[in-house]
Design a protein around this ligand. Structure first.
Ligand code: T1G
Length: 692
């Protein structure tokens, strides 16, 4: 064995050379890997004893892409293109032996080998679009030549992975090796030599492009098909343009298009934000004061109290990954309704072909309903998901304390109430934690985990890993009203209300937020949640616009009217009735309505969110600024191509935000606009939240 670099070595066995990459954790194409491949291929080509080359990786996966940590830094030789050209033009067969995930530059490297074999668990993808990029090492030109333009469109605009069987079916691999991959790849190489199989280059293949050439509407049809899902993103369109180039231009011209568009994206703000978010998401899983060797509480059975919308959705997460659930209700009718909704949701998913009818049965059978809380006695984790009322929650936790087994985790799905106060009614406050799911709980990726003052580190660690197990992205936060997500939402809603009093209308404010990239605006969100949350008919006295709307029976989407009117398909349209109410309110408040610019609307909605984020960091409610961004991207649909509120703030410059807030403070005389001391300090130091 010869060490090529500190990340690659070369072994020659009976004429077969094996280049082994070893760059944990995911064999990214760092400089040492690129150099190793380049030197290895050169040595193999020069060595007459070598008849074929196998490229394989040590550790848990084949190359998972370019090294994202090198992006933005000075380019280090050798470049990937040069290395890949050497491989494709090699006069001796090169076989890629793939296990784990061949992603991005990793798949592009494999596509420059003459043959690809893998094990049964291998997965393949070009997920660059998730980083606001496109495959920049020939993948946009070679993948369509192997799997066809149609499949390449799906893979490159979604970033989704395909498995070994599909890869074999599509011609992405020549064989799925039984048994040990290395031995299988060597045997495959020997077969190539013995049978004198000619070497072909993917760049020279054209047959798989014909169907696209025969289908002039393919690309535009595909564009409209993904338009809604990719609204605001640049990268999906750029990926499509590269595949169009692959279909319509000679290979080298297509490569030039790829290069140009890749550099445009790489130097743009969207990719910077999405690269930032890639690491932010992984950082969120790291809890500085919870050591990695903290013991975890095994969670093999979960209890859920409340079979309403949240309780049902929460239970589905467990059943989706095979964990039995005991769901508790107080009335049989409510229990039947809750279980019925769960079955209906699964049936809808099966109708869309995402799960099988058998899966529906398996998952429904994992969810057992009852009216007896004592059925929770053997649960490892119990999640309370009842109506947002402190007294009711305390009553439940007091009872749970006497029922739950020692060591069980007692969690509340509250979206705003004080976890410490809930814990205080138990004799085991260290076992109490907040698990705040977002609606619909079986869909939304975010899980806001709320640690109380005495929540045990084992409980925290167990819940963080449990989140990953149920395919959620967890963010750990401290206790305060609204925790992180909702606390940041409150000031935005406050300003949205102020804007419609001063001159804007709900649909105008919502358009600004929608165009900014949020899934919906402030008023549509209120209508979706229901305007009567926390509203009391008895005490309501038309003090706010919301009061008047609720008093008029306009409680939001569920009543077909709120700030908007809704048709039978729940499509919103501006309401002249609401406009009247708003004008009356302005007049009553003595406010002279004025024209408000879209920029002002955006600043007044977003900057208070950022400011609240700064306060949250000052108070230590969030561990890091990027956790706030993960919360808002996965919990509230903040566009990931803007990174999140805190990253967005850094992209604007904190000094500009502080100055603008001061301007509004002066204009309104309202200390609502007082910038948080942390933000003022960072602005003065010319720093951003990323520097914390
Ligand atoms: N570069 C650098 N570090 C990476 C990395 C990469 N490509 N992929 C993962 N890591 C780190 C990650 O930060 C974490 O570090 C650790 O590895 C484990 O990752 C020219 C331009 C492979 C499916 O987009 O999707 O190629 O937090 O926690 O859940 O066309 O990582 O432990 O310090 O995610 O098992 C294209 C990105 C790059 C794939 C494994 N490739 N990675 O998931 O572990 S662009 C990607 C993943 C490109 C070319 C272009 C996943 C994974 P730490 P993890 P996991």
């Amino acid at each position: 064995m010869t060490a090529l670099t500190d990340m690659a070595d070369l072994t020659i066995e009976d004429g077969i050379a094996i280049i082994t990459i070893d760059n944990p954790p995911v064999n990214a194409l760092s400089q040492g890997v690129r150099q190793g491949i380049k030197d290895g291929v050169e040595q193999c080509l020069a060595d007459d004893a070598v008849q074929a080359v196998v490229l394989i990786c040590a550790g848990r996966t084949f190359i998972a892409g370019a090294d994202i940590t090198e992006f933005g830094g000075p380019p280090k030789e050798p470049g990937l293109h040069a290395t890949l050209d050497d491989m494709e033009n090699a006069s001796k067969p090169i076989i890629a032996a793939i296990h784990g995930t061949a992603l991005g530059g990793g798949l592009e490297t494999a596509l420059c080998c003459h043959f690809r074999v893998c094990d049964a668990g291998a997965r393949f993808g070009l997920p660059e679009v998730n980083l606001g990029l496109l495959p920049g090492a020939g993948g946009t030109q070679r993948l369509p030549r192997v799997v066809g333009a149609e499949k390449a469109l799906q893979m490159m605009t979604s970033g989704a992975q395909i498995g070994a069987d599909e890869a074999l079916e599509n011609g992405l691999v020549e064989d799925i090796v039984d048994g040990e991959l290395r031995a299988g790849a060597i045997a495959f190489a020997r077969k190539i030599i013995d049978e004198n199989i000619p070497l072909t280059k993917i760049r020279d293949r054209e047959e798989k492009l014909q169907s696209a050439r025969d289908n002039p509407t393919l690309f535009n049809d595909f564009r409209s098909h993904i338009a809604r899902k990719t609204r605001g993103f640049l990268a999906p369109e750029y990926n499509i343009q590269c595949i169009e180039a692959a279909v319509n231009l000679p290979f080298d011209e297509g490569m030039a298009v790829e290069r140009k568009l890749f550099m445009e994206l790489m130097s743009g703000p969207q990719s910077a934000a999405q690269q930032y978010f890639f690491f932010a998401e992984r950082q969120a899983a790291k809890i500085p004061d919870v050591p990695a060797d903290t013991p975890e509480i095994p969670i093999n059975k979960v209890g859920v109290i409340g079979a309403g919308t949240m309780g049902g959705g929460i239970s589905m997460n467990m059943a989706n990954v095979g964990i039995p659930v005991e769901i508790i209700e107080t009335q049989q009718e409510a229990l039947d309704r809750g279980l019925g909704v769960i079955r209906m949701n699964y049936a809808n998913t099966a109708a869309k072909g995402r799960i099988s009818a058998e899966d529906v049965e398996t998952r429904c059978n994992l969810i057992n309903g009852s009216l007896d809380m004592y059925n929770l006695a053997d649960c490892d984790l119990i999640i309370e998901a009842v109506f947002e009322n402190m007294e009711l929650k305390k009553e439940i936790f007091q009872k749970l304390d006497s029922i739950a087994k020692p060591g069980a985790i007692l969690a509340s799905n509250t979206s705003a109430l004080d976890i410490n106060e809930i814990a205080s009614v138990t004799r085991r406050p260290e076992s109490v934690i907040g698990l705040h799911f977002f609606s619909p709980a079986n869909v939304m990726k975010l899980l806001e985990i709320v640690r109380g003052d005495v929540t045990g580190k084992d409980v925290i660690k167990s819940c963080m890993s449990f989140a990953k197990r149920i395919r959620k992205t967890a963010v750990l936060v401290g206790v305060c009203p609204g925790f992180v997500g909702n606390r940041i939402l409150f000031p935005r809603q406050t300003q949205a209300q102020a804007l419609i009093l001063e001159g804007a209308l709900p649909h105008e404010v919502d358009k600004v937020l929608f165009d900014f990239g949020l899934p919906m605006g402030a008023f549509q969100m209120s209508d979706l949640a229901g305007l009567d949350i926390g509203w009391n008919r008895e005490t309501s006295n038309s003090e706010t616009i919301r009061d008047v709307l609720c008093e008029a029976g306009r409680r939001g989407q569920k009543t077909g009217a709120g700030y908007y009117d809704y048709d039978e398909k729940r499509n919103p349209s501006p309401s002249s009735r609401v406009e009247q109410i708003i004008l009356q309110f302005s007049e009553k408040a003595g406010i002279e309505r004025r024209e408000i610019s879209e920029d002002e609307m955006l600043e007044r909605c977003i900057y208070p969110m950022i400011n609240e984020g700064a306060k949250i960091l000052e108070e230590g409610i969030a561990i890091r600024a990027s956790d706030i961004d993960v919360t808002w991207v996965y919990g509230y649909g903040w566009p990931v191509y803007r990174g999140g509120p805190m990253h967005y703030a850094d992209s604007i410059g904190l000094d500009a935000i502080v100055a603008t807030m001061r301007k509004y403070q002066e204009q309104t005389g309202d200390d609502f606009w007082e910038p948080a001391p942390l933000m003022v300090r960072l602005a003065e130091e010319g720093k951003g939240f990323k520097d914390l």
